[in-house]
Design a protein around this ligand. Structure first.
Ligand SMILES: C[S@@+](CC[C@H](N)C(=O)[O-])C[C@H]1O[C@@H](n2cnc3c(N)ncnc32)[C@H](O)[C@@H]1O
Length: 334
């Protein structure tokens, strides 16, 4: 039943389609629903009446939890106001793990405090069986001197060469600001935000489902990381953009056998457990104390980046070429 949806993005009302998916079919679910803030989508009207919106959210949240496997996680992204209501719903049917504060300025709210974060609720379907990997991000450094921004005091010898474990406050991922990097969609998320979520909650080959996939961010992140994806969106234009991206997507975000997340040619998220293998690809200082003022660099960085951007090994490249040809043929027929 689930097989027919795998590795596709489909124009459907997510609620209708999720109701037909059997229990415990996918590894994780991630939702970035409309915020009911009168955003200008292509077709969808983002102005439901308060209770109608919440009633609707309750329905798709329930479906997300139902179709997620017992080892899986449920993630929901929104502004804090709606997340307070979502927590009420989720606390009844899943287990709270984290409220991730994603530090990103939002629209001014008149005379109140300036909203400066979005939230991602992270729930487990089953507390005991949850699949979760600790993740790390690079140390933050002073741009001019290269020194670490955080003062680790007497603990410099125990610094991790790559960087600290990721906390529940994410300040290192920014919203897409420039139009040239975004599609014609009012609230597209950055791909590496989704890559971080996918790296910490899934393994290669796992299924990631997004009921509000927009122009395909979650699906692209899953594909780059060797996961399977399923995406729904009610809007045919967004689905068409997402399909196009996915068919042209050849990046395999992997160094050796290790999946990592890249942004602007820098590794931005790794799993803690992969460091032993990954460290072979880095030039590391002799003493950990040097981490305080020395940024570690990938050996053969340009080759590694080229390999990643070209889709990895030969078989994968061939597969990508076939997919692109099929897509061109499909476009010519339309
Ligand atoms: C906040 S946007 C998601 C953006 C997405 N995360 C991205 O990065 O492109 C919400 C999306 O939900 C879609 N949508 C609204 N109602 C829907 C429904 N009932 N079923 C599926 N998609 C729906 C809208 O068309 C819109 O693209």
């Amino acid at each position: 039943m689930i097989d027919k949806y795998i590795n596709s993005v489909i124009q459907r009302d997510c609620l209708e389609v999720m109701r037909n998916i059997p229990d415990e079919s996918v590894d994780i679910t991630f939702a970035d629903p409309p915020f009911n803030l009168k955003k200008k989508y292509n077709g969808y009207k983002d102005n439901k009446e308060f209770n109608t919106y919440l009633k609707w959210c309750k329905c798709w949240i329930y479906e997300m939890v139902r179709i997620t496997k017992s080892t899986g996680s449920i993630f929901v992204h929104n502004i804090p106001k709606w997340l307070t209501y979502y927590s009420d719903i989720l606390n009844e049917i899943a287990y709270f793990k984290h409220w991730i504060a994603w530090d990103a300025p939002t629209s001014p709210m008149g005379k109140m405090l300036q909203p400066s974060h979005y939230g991602v609720l992270f729930y487990a379907k089953d507390r005991e069986k949850l699949k979760f990997y600790e993740i790390r991000h690079p140390h933050k450094r002073d741009r001019r001197t290269g020194y670490l921004q955080k003062d680790y005091g007497g603990k410099k010898s125990s610094l991790h060469p790559f960087g600290p474990l990721v906390s529940d406050v994410w300040t290192d991922i920014h919203r897409i600001k420039h139009n040239k990097y975004r599609d014609d969609h009012p609230c597209q998320l950055p791909i590496h935000l989704l890559e971080r979520i996918i790296l910490m909650s899934t393994d290669e080959g796992d299924i990631v489902l997004d009921p509000f996939v927009g122009t395909g961010t979650t699906a692209i992140a899953a594909k780059r990381l060797g996961r399977k994806y399923i995406g729904f969106d009610i809007d045919k234009n967004y689905i068409s953009i997402a399909e196009k991206h996915l068919l042209q997507e050849i990046i395999k975000s992997r160094i050796g056998n290790v999946w990592v997340s890249f942004f602007l040619n820098e590794v931005v998220t790794i799993r803690d457990k992969d460091w032993k293998e990954l460290s072979k690809y880095y030039s590391l200082p002799k003493s950990n104390k040097e981490i305080d003022y020395t940024k570690i660099e990938l050996k053969n960085k340009s080759e590694i980046i080229l390999h990643i951007n070209n889709g990895g090994d030969k078989a994968e490249k061939r597969n990508n070429r076939i997919q692109q040809t099929l897509f061109k043929q499909k476009e010519e027929l339309l």
